[in-house]
Design a protein. Sequence first.
Lengths: 515, 325, 369
Amino acid sequence: MALTPDPAAPALELRGIDKRFGAVHANRAVSLTIAPGTIHGLIGENGAGKSTLMNIVYGFHRADAGEIYVRGRRVELDSPQAAIAAGIGMVHQHFMLVENFTVLENVLLGAEGGARLAGGLARARAGLEQLARDYGLEVPLDAIVGELPVGLQQRVEILKALHRGAELLILDEPTAVLAPQEADQLFRMLARLRAQGKSVILVTHKLREVMAATDRVTVMRQGAVVAEIATAATSPRELAERMVGRAVLLSVEKGPAQPGATLLTVRDLEVRDRRGVARVKSAAFDLRAGEIVGVAGVAGNGQSELLEAIAGLCLPTRGEISLGGRDLVREGLDARARRRLGLAHVPEDRLRMGVVASFSAEDNAILGYHDLAAYQRGGFLHRAAISAGCARKMSAYDVRPPEPRRRIAAFSGGNQQKLVLAREIESEPRVLLVGQPTRGVDIGAIEFIHRQLVALRDSGKAILLVSVELEEILGLADRILVMHDGEIMGEVARADATEERLGLMMAGVRTEATA
Amino acid sequence: METYTLIVLLLAATLRVATPLLLAALAGLFSERAGVIALGLEGMMLGAAFAAAAASAVSGSAWVGLGAGIAVAVILALLLGFACVTQRGNQVVAGMAVNIMVAGLGPALALAWFDLGGQTPQLEGAGQRFLGLAWPGAAAAARTAPFPGLLYAQLLSGHNLIVYLAAALVPVSAWILYRTRFGLRLRAVGENPQAVDTAGIGVAALRYQAVIISGVLCGVAGTYLSTAASAGFVRDMTAGKGYLALAALIFGKWRPYPTLGACLLFAFTDALATRLQGVDLPLVGVIPVQFILALPYVLTVLLLAGFVGTAVPPRASGVPYDKNA
Amino acid sequence: MSPAAKLPRWAEFGLLPAVNLLAALLLSGAIIRLIGESPWAALRLMADGAFGSQEAIGYTLFYATSFIFTGLGVAVAYHAGLFNIGAEGQAYIGGLGTGLVCLALGHWPFWAVLPLAVLAGAAGGAAWAFLPAWLQARRGSHIVITTIMFNFIASALMTWLLVNVLIRPGQQSPESREFAPNAFMPGLHTLLGRLGIPFAATPLNLAFLLALAASVLVWLFVWRTRWGYALRVAGLNPAAARYAGIRPERVTVGAMLLSGALAGSLGLNELMGSQHRILLDFPGGAGFVGIAVALMGRNHPVGILLASVLFGALVQGGSQLSFDMPHVNRDMVVVIQGLVILFCGALENVFRTPLAALLGQRKPVGSDR
């Protein structure tokens, strides 16, 4: 085992990294080589295992099997401290900054250089000014971090890593919070890092950036590495294919759509998040009775915010949402009012907001509908009716075991989702919003849920389906909208949709006029 | 001259009343800045008061009392630390539990050991108490140069050791918090414990250290109450000072010097209340003493409501840190 | 958040509180041993003092009544996700309301005074809870701190009122004049006597039955109405609440009003039923015992009833204890109170995990992947 780092050795080498979380096989014998002085892209969909892998490299988790070599030397990375000592720095997607500290104090935290701050501050200031000059990372050192724009905050994170002597920098979805110009600045800075011999791992799902900024790309899918290529030798289309995979389409029996009247209209919708970053930009589309409109796209491109805005869970900053002749935005209608107008919602994250984990199944079956007359008797909740209603739903939607009194957390994910679906569909909405309907759901339930959605469509309802599973969209949707970076890149009829075409749009590449 | 004397005496009383408040508020400062809600100040102070008075009575030395007071407060602090940091329990409940426990335990032990109905024996003499220390030439100064002399003799000189200690601890606390590595990390862990964790620093260890410091300071505060301000322990002698200190801390926006200001302000109202009892003031008449005593609490509510500026607590205050969350 | 291990219902509501209580009692026993007395003797004396005679039981239930009111109040707020430390102050002001009605309307027949006294008590407590609730909902002011402050403000306010306004002219002690007999809550021994059942004369009064009624009403409200449903959803999962169209701010204020109203009913027991005047510090810590009772009773009326009786027994038994054990008195009861709050509240996970392991429970499943 060499004691001094070998300059020709890879900056980082992973051999056979394996990690399980309970039943989930997050990393399957992953091997990865990062050459020194390169920018290496790591791409894959949600759940592909990228985050787990990087957390192992940064010492947050320990791999169940496998070895890690840094510059030719075998290392045990059992804590962030060990990773930092090995020269690995990480810029997390959610910044690890103390908002009311100055930039200098944030950089200093953990590397203070002595019990008294005074000396450390002066030394750090000098060192940081040097770093800033070397890599173009100018940041006002005495500014309060919380008041800085996001792009500068990110620079602070990078400075932190460099100040601790990082030779390998991992950036996790760095451009998720950046405007395009800020993203370009970031890549220029990364190029300078590379010129100085540092190595960078860029974890992202944005294919355009991978093409623009990286030297090599590793694609992960379902916990395993499926490709490692030189960026120059590939194309966004090929990467999209590898990322999404050529899994067999779950065939869903359905006849052609018979679209009727327009039920929901969205115009010029803009939704901003808490930081003021626009997550949905100028979205516009119609939803007609008797059709399923699928919203495809890699997670994080604004689909969640679009769904929540239409459901009434967040307020758009601009735009119009019309349902049954009423503008939901202008009238400021909340989720309950929208339900009464016939808009039901199956949320993307059922455990976070679709169910109350410690309630029974029957109590969850009335969530959002708890003040319906059918569930009341003499001012009190009509428990018999609620139980019976739940039992009916369970039987109609094959929820097992059919025990209304059982705690919802004791049901499998698939059965929970079926109950949520039952609840929303049985309220007989005119429009149904569905997000990730089969996330965390077993195969059998997936088929059932798909069939229910098609049946709903055929009964003349409109469905807006958001899913990161392209197969699901291709299987169910009659029309497909693709979202990228908050914009609807285009609309494709099912007949004209192919994985390649959709994948390109998902990657941010506009195609020719849609059919 | 008489008004002047009155004012000086009032200010001197303010300093004495402010001392336990200030010590407890500083204790709360360290605890809350590290992210642990300081609702147990009352209990730690009361426990220390009992221990100090008991130890002093038994050993004959106030210094032994001080040691015992600090020891007991630190033990209580460790209990709080265990509940809040290790067990990730509800910090509010833990604090209240300690307060109630100590409120009963003090008199119970006192009754058992001293048989005086829940008190400790009266502390006699300079050995068992911390008495006022006259600065050199104080009496002479008061006689010769009335105005500055009175200031020197009554306001500056004549307080007991702990008052001076408390005053000195304010700049010391500020120095620790803002000029040392420990203070930087402590402040960080109360704002964003995850940032501290990813920087490779132990969150639990930091919080325990903060809680122990708050124990030490409450220990001094409690000792002051039973060996300096009074001559023994009496049940419920803290009379809500722990909560008042918390109010002062909030009013002082979790910073050392403004907290000192808040403590002085609250103590002043207390001293004023005693002085103004039954006094007919022009225009307003007799101000009920209870209104003056309630003033610190009303001010704190106004502050929290946002009418007297904003009070932003340390972001992670009250939230147990779970790495896997 | 890695979920705490789940226990089956019977363990969650029966075994765990019992284990916590046991731990509290064991520690208290150790302290009693430290004082030089026998814990077993103390326990026997307390049990006898609390349940050994009709009179003892009467006193025990009388104390329990106050705890039921404050315990229910704390529990209702807890279900909405709020920590109401202000039950003491709300009880104080609520009692003021009840007392004022009794003072003003003493010449009316009892059955006319009673409903008004109940309303006034509830209104007083609710009013005292309103501001902290509104500040939390609208301004985000931490309700724990504001309610603590309001406790102190209530104390100052009531002291001023009793010393300056309500005091009986020419009297030294700060208390109001006595209520007219029509405003006395009939003693339970009187009511039982009318039914031909002999019962020792104790302060136990009609308010006990009102407390039982309140328990039933709270149970009905929280678990059997749509507003109670909305309350629980908001307390358990604010995101799901918003999804369901429930507005957490409204729930906050509504829950605190109800909570304050319940705590404020303490005056019915203490003032109308026993003291028959308004006096200083009549809640006497019942607001804080209410926290212990709610925690131990897992915020469920049945548990609260049992825990209240337990704490009533501790108070009654404790006061009897000092006759035979001069070194152990009511202060020990306060210690036990504190220990119960510690184990049932802050250290509740200490026993939960080993119990769950013992019972062979596994963590819940929410996903198939």
